[in-house]
Design a protein around this ligand. Structure first.
Ligand code: DPM
Length: 358
């Protein structure tokens, strides 16, 4: 933290000023405010300032997310500000963060994940229906290849079309036109926006598995800024960290970005971490899915105190056993290798090529 970022308060006491970067969308602001509120509670003497900026992803609204190709679509401008010390931390949806961050950055906190599932939001005229009971050829809005692939297979009577824009824009496109019978969005985002009442159906894993990191917030910081790292590390939720390390390791091994049809499901139960992962062809007709598990009890207790500044798929969590984190990462890699041995690479390659010529 820069020395000039300290100032005197009214009582002549030195107080730290911490600047938090955020995108300008309403969801980003809400997410950032929620993290700022938690920090304020934990560190009442710290003065927090929120700096909002637009990113490429916010500006390109007419192109499907999966067609833009730029991996750090929503993060680049914010990382520039971090690098320039204009901000000290940035709040993101974890699922928008690439599995490999640019050098110099790390995820210093992964907050407790909320409902990671996708949800169906219906046009008024269909209220009371479900994906199952929507009329033949109803058009569903989503730009997620992952959602479209799974749902096309599961609900062949429906059609899928791209819909872009932030959550406000999408809801408007749904409500004010007749283009879509329903749209699919993450339940977590809808809840944060206060739109939980618009959720008519939550999609369980049997219908649609979620994206890597979905439903969890992440705090990105400068990897060398040990003060800030220490400060935000108390926000880590250990179960979420381990689940997301496994999920991100799985995606990374598959060489998938935010635009490949890859989905996961994780669970922590009886000291075991379970990871289900799947890859799909664009129409869902071809897919590979498997589940593996690992123990998340540290065998060597002495290792629990290990203070390692090792990043695992971008995440720094020094208070969690290095041994257990390594096992979570291994789980993701092993499951990816299992699917790769069954032909996952070919499925994803065809999906990428088809998507590029769409
Ligand atoms: C990523 C995807 C989407 C977002 C792809 C996917 C959805 C794109 C679309 C990687 N980022 O999920 O398969 O629907 O066209 C995004 C949302 C949230 C974070 C909105 C949403 C909020 C939920 C969260 C966009 N990123 O998915 O409905 O914090 O996980």
């Amino acid at each position: 933290m820069a020395v000039e970022a300290n100032s005197l308060d009214g009582n002549g006491k030195v107080c730290r000023i911490i600047r938090i970067g955020t995108r300008k969308s309403q969801l980003a602001r809400i997410q950032t405010d929620s993290v700022a509120d938690k920090l304020k509670e934990l560190y009442p003497d710290v003065h927090l300032e929120i700096v909002a900026m637009s990113t490429t992803g916010d500006k390109i609204l007419d192109t499907a997310l999966s067609k833009i190709g730029e991996k750090s679509l929503f993060t680049k401008e914010l990382e520039n500000a971090l690098e320039m010390n204009e901000v000290d931390l940035v709040v993101h949806s974890l699922k928008d963060l690439p599995t490999a961050l640019p050098p110099g950055f790390t995820i210093g906190a992964v907050l407790k994940r909320e409902n990671p599932n996708d949800a169906v939001v219906l046009h008024q005229k269909h209220v009371g229906r479900t994906l199952d009971t929507l009329p033949e050829n109803s058009v569903i809005g989503t730009s997620s290849l992952r959602r479209a692939a799974q749902l096309k297979k599961r609900f062949p009577h429906l059609e899928f079309k791209d819909i872009r824009g932030n959550l406000n824009t999408r809801l408007k496109k749904l409500d004010e036109k007749e283009d879509f019978a329903a749209i699919i969005l993450a339940a977590a985002g809808l809840r944060r926006m206060g739109w939980e009442n618009r959720i008519s159906q939550t999609l369980e894993p049997g219908d649609c598995m979620y994206a890597v990191g979905q439903g969890a917030l992440a705090v990105e910081v400068r990897a060398k800024d040990t003060d800030i790292l220490e400060m935000v590390s108390v926000l880590h939720d250990p179960d979420t960290v381990l689940r997301c390390i496994a999920e991100r390791a799985f995606l990374k091994r598959l060489e998938g970005g935010c635009s490949v049809p890859v989905a996961v499901h994780t669970e922590v139960k009886d000291s075991q971490l379970y990871l289900t992962g799947a890859v799909y062809s664009l129409d869902g007709s071809d897919s590979l899915k498997d589940t593996m598990q690992t123990s998340i009890t540290a065998a060597d207790k002495s290792l629990e105190e290990v203070d390692e500044r090792v990043q695992r798929v971008g995440v720094t969590a020094t208070k969690i056993s290095g041994e257990v984190k390594a096992r979570a990462e291994r789980l993701g890699v092993d499951l990816a290798d299992l699917l790769l041995s069954k032909g996952a690479k070919e499925i994803l390659m065809v999906a990428r090529q088809l998507n590029d010529t769409r």
